[in-house]
Write a protein that binds this ligand. Structure first.
Ligand SMILES: *[C@@H]1O[C@H](CO)[C@@H](O)[C@H](O)[C@H]1NC(C)=O
Ligand SMILES: *[C@@H]1O[C@H](CO)[C@@H](O)[C@H](O)[C@H]1NC(C)=O
Ligand SMILES: *[C@@H]1O[C@H](CO)[C@@H](O)[C@H](O)[C@H]1NC(C)=O
Ligand SMILES: *[C@@H]1O[C@H](CO)[C@@H](O)[C@H](O)[C@H]1NC(C)=O
Ligand SMILES: *[C@@H]1O[C@H](CO)[C@@H](O)[C@H](O)[C@H]1NC(C)=O
Length: 540
């Protein structure tokens, strides 16, 4: 009996951290500084196992990823997983609102599961301004072999991590922001850790290739295009799209997509062009699409990028789900009718850029987020008062100037949000929600009003985790609150995020059950006012 009980307990504890039937992948990562030369000048970059970008995580739907991270930097460090859903498990989200930083010289093991997911994502360092120093890498989640994929297997599957880059290092950039100023304009674009002409993709004539592209930058939207070739869009952030053909494609901060490119042109070397979008000065960088039987460089002109907002808005509206294609599950993506559920709450989130105490800040509904001395998730779990106030994030714009607050919005598990991002500013914005899928129902210029609902796409709007809001425009989405935890909602413009344009959403279930939320991990790091507590699982 005693032995049975022990076996049961061990089994339970395994079942509750990860799902027993799914495969495991183990990673051991050493995070350190090292010399990199992305724009030709030597800089200290953040490397993972000596690499920049870090190793690509290749996985299959439902696999468990056990990632041991050793922090060999001289400052605290955390990794976050952009777009990995973290079902029931905000404990592993790797942002300061949920996790204590890994102290210098110490390690932490993330236990993630890519539950019910497919697609292209990336990981990145979430603290301080580390993201501007690298430390990021691609995440690929392939479909299980039994699930049909709506296109033939590509001849190869390439990951391209592209982003703006500064010659100033991340500590100098952070000091500029801490001093109350805006960042300068970036110095260039970096593709997979290298500058222009640093990367060559070799293709065989007649074959089709998948390119998974993520915008890992900190400041600018990007447009990309293949000289002489069309792109077939097949996926954005885990959803199979209607397979439309594009000459060029916009990718906003934090977004990921997959395009298929067929090497169906005369055998030459072609340019793949990346350029900044919605910037007065345009930065660009190229990689090479090299035919294995190439006769040399193709001598045609380089295709230019778009310039109109209307063009981008129309392209955004054309990105829709393929309702009949399978996603991570055998049933088609369209079997969940997001447009037939009535919203239980409408949240309007307006951005602003107030000056507070003489310093540049960024805000949402006038609240400019300031971190607390303790991760919010831990304060919540241990009932530590005075760290944050539930409900301190207003549901609507307040019209007032701006104030500092550790803002947490309270929400109930299984509620259904209509969220409207409102952008009265002149810059394009990009918003990310951790732990949730967003069904994009509409975007347009001007001010949102209830009448805007008449234009919503309630049938095949794309679902993704990061969405852009055009200048002086709005973007609306539906969001099922199906994941208990403490979740970060943030600008993907990293200066804005750092200076307060973010908050947390606490999705709460009174059941307090392991079916809704996993218990605190036994290896959880404890800090701030949670230091010294115990991480034993709770009992119900
Ligand atoms: C991590 O890398 C640094 C720098 O290369 C090295 O000094 C250190 O020993 C490594 N640590 C581990 C745990 O591998
Ligand atoms: C740190 O690494 C050691 C050695 O691999 C391991 O025993 C320990 O559990 C790790 N600590 C955490 C918090 O993951
Ligand atoms: C949608 O997915 C189906 C099922 O895989 C596929 O046959 C069809 O070609 C796709 N249609 C478009 C427009 O992407
Ligand atoms: C960043 O550059 C400054 C000099 O501009 C230097 O003092 C600092 O140590 C550098 N930081 C890192 C992490 O390399
Ligand atoms: C949504 O609300 C409408 C109008 O109140 C109602 O007729 C409809 O039945 C509701 N739908 C669902 C799925 O609850």
């Amino acid at each position: 009996m005693g032995v049975m009980k022990l076996v049961l307990l061990v089994l339970l504890s395994v079942l509750c951290t990860t799902s027993a039937e799914d495969a495991y992948r183990f990673f051991t990562w050493n995070v350190s500084y090292g010399d990199i030369y992305p724009l030709g000048v030597k800089q200290q970059g953040i490397l993972i196992n000596g690499q920049f970008p870090g190793p690509r995580i290749e996985s299959v739907t439902n696999e468990n990823l056990i990632i041991s991270v050793f922090n060999s930097l001289d400052e605290p460090f955390l990794l976050s997983w952009d777009g990995v859903q973290q079902r029931r498990n905000s404990w592993q989200d790797g942002v300061y609102g949920t996790n204590c930083p890994i102290p210098p010289g110490q390690n932490f093991t993330y236990i993630l599961q890519v539950k019910d997911q497919i697609g292209s994502f990336f990981y990145f360092p979430s603290l301080a301004f580390h993201k501007a120093a690298g430390g990021y890498g691609g995440i690929t989640v392939l479909s299980r072999s039994v699930i049909p994929v709506p296109f033939p297997p590509p001849a190869a599957d390439f990951t391209i991590l592209v982003g703006d880059w500064f010659k100033k290092n991340h500590t100098d950039l952070k000091a500029i922001l801490d001093g109350g100023s805006d960042l300068p304009f970036p110095d260039g674009l970096v593709i997979n850790g290298r500058g222009s002409n640093g990367f060559t993709y070799t293709v065989d004539q007649g074959k089709t290739y998948r390119f998974r592209i993520s915008n890992v930058g900190v400041a600018t939207s990007i447009n990309f295009r293949f000289q002489g070739h069309k792109m077939l869009l097949v996926e954005v952030e885990g959803t199979h799209t209607l397979q439309n053909t594009y000459d060029s494609f916009d990718l906003h901060l934090g977004q990921s997509c997959s395009v298929l490119v067929t090497a169906d042109q005369p055998a030459f070397d072609y340019s793949i062009i990346f350029s900044t979008r919605f910037t007065s000065q345009v930065l660009s960088a190229t990689s090479t699409l090299h035919y294995s039987n190439s006769a040399g460089s193709f001598s045609g002109p380089l295709p230019g990028g778009p310039t109109e907002i209307e063009w981008s808005l129309n392209q955004a509206r054309s990105i829709r789900q393929n309702l009949t294609a399978s996603g991570p599950r055998p049933n088609p993506q369209g079997s969940y009718h997001y447009g037939m559920v009535n919203a239980t709450r409408t949240i309007r989130l307006a951005s602003s850029a107030p000056i507070i105490n003489g310093k540049q800040r960024y805000a949402v509904n006038s609240v400019s987020f300031i971190p607390a001395d303790t991760p919010l998730k831990l304060a919540d779990y241990y009932n530590i008062p005075g760290v944050f106030t539930l409900g301190s994030m207003p549901d609507n714009p307040t019209g007032s100037g701006g104030y500092l607050q550790t803002a947490v919005m309270a929400a109930n598990f299984r509620s259904y949000f209509e969220v409207v991002f409102e952008n009265p500013e002149d810059t394009v914005q990009s918003w990310h929600v951790d732990g949730h899928i967003l069904f994009i129902v509409g975007m347009d210029g001007g001010q949102w009003s209830p009448a805007s609902r008449l234009s919503y796409n309630l049938r095949d709007g794309i679902s993704r985790c990061t969405v852009q809001v055009y200048p002086r425009s709005w973007t609306a989405l539906f969001m099922p609150l199906d994941n208990v935890g403490m979740w970060n909602i943030r600008s993907e413009n990293w200066a804005r995020q750092y200076l307060g344009q973010q908050f947390y959403l606490r999705v709460y279930s009174p059941a307090n059950s392991w079916r809704d939320e996993l218990p605190i991990p036994k290896n959880a790091l404890l800090c701030g006012r949670a230091a010294g507590r115990r991480t034993r699982p709770f009992h119900k």
